[in-house]
Ligand binder design. Sequence first.
Ligand code: GDP
Ligand code: IMO
Ligand code: MG
Length: 445
Amino acid sequence: MIGGVDMPETNNIVIVGAQWGDEGKGKVIDHLAAGADVVARFQGGDNAGHTVVYGANVFKLHHIPSGILNPSTLCLLGNGMVINPLVLVQELTELEKRGIDTANLRISAKAHLVLVYHQDLDEANETFLGEKKIGTTRRGIGPAYADKVLRRGIRAIDMTGIDSFHDRLSEVLPLQNRILREIYNHSGYDLAELVEFYRPALERLGPLVTDVALLLDEQIAAGKKVLFEGAQGALLDIDHGTYPFVTSSSTVAAAASSGTGLGVRHLTQVLGVLKAYTTRVGEGPFPSEDSSEAGDLLRQLGNEYGTTTGRPRRCGWFDAVIARYAARINGLTGLAVTKLDVLSGMEIINMAVAYQYRGQKIRNFPMSIEELDQCTPVYETFPGWDEDLSRVRRFGDLPEAARQYLKAIEEAVGVKVELVSVGPDRSQTIICPGSPLTTWISKNG
Ligand code: GDP
Ligand code: IMO
Ligand code: MG
């Protein structure tokens, strides 16, 4: 009872990337979605690429929450997202062709749209920057968020009627065209043609648009369990990441509240997903990057190629400095360590436990990339193991050296490891003894 009002007991989990993205969030979310009534995305757009594997089925999701593969799960796209209507329709069509029921998807009326001119601007900005480019996914994410903040965005509510889409576009297109023509040497877009171009997508998506914040509140009041699906990772956060080599949204757990319209007190657990090593796609600093054979081996064994762009991912060792930082800015209550299987066969495993900065050993993540550029990792070395981990399903069955490595991660980060992933398949997952996730997965937990 709070202030005379009966409060339902909440049991919700926010899942966030704790490195530079691609940590295996899709896999972990799909596994935990077994216990969820609702899965909600709260930021990002189709820059995200979340892979879910079960048996021979491989799904690569960009907007749609990984919970969609469970027919009874309500899947929500929150107001914090930027949605490309054309790509979302493609994703829905692809899932339906493969026999997946998508009837449970809803879109926040307040989510913003990524339109063709945003992609043009993303492309043009990157080309203009040349060597200094961010290495974006060129999906128009930055320009769409910029328009949102500049109060000239088009929102999902504008998809509910062709007339409102036309009217809103007529207000913003003249300026977009002027920018495209005068700065970027682009011919611009005709209003009527653009409206017609989007008509089929609007007709498909308009009926899915609703008040997601209200829906979530009703779900919580009815005692339903919600999983919040983060995209990207802590080091790509617009405020806390390696700016300017970041994405354009807030990727940390707090954004699950502002990005869906649900109050913060409903966010109970925060699970940070980390690879047992580190990868980054795109430009920007990466202290524990390994440009020698070890990095190549990690790329090869971990199949480290981008889900969205196919770019080879830069690879390196686990960096406990960034993991500690991610734990702090997200308020992590638990860790999910993925791709532990990829380390099998490594003679030794390095872990960056601190940085050397101007002759001093520092343990906290620096304030700027200029400082970060002057940091070199201080490695601690752990013995490897030869055993194949892909069939291990119980924590106690992991080789001693693998358990010691996980313990070292736990100690260096100061947060318990609750889940270990030993392969891409849904079943290749270990929930650690004593973890609250054990009860969460059972629907009534
Ligand atoms: P996300 O963006 O965080 O959802 O991650 P991605 O799906 O972009 O990238 C993770 C990749 O690793 C995908 O290809 C997954 O199928 C794969 N993966 C996830 N967990 C594991 C694991 O424990 N072991 C191995 N070998 N692959 C994994
Ligand atoms: P998931 O959800 C990895 C990176 C891009 C680039 C920077 C800015 O699959 O983990 P953007 O297109 O967002 O403006 O690009 O962010 N990036 C990601 N890297 N995983 C992602 O998503 C990413 N989404 C964006 O490579 O460096
Ligand atoms: Mg990804």
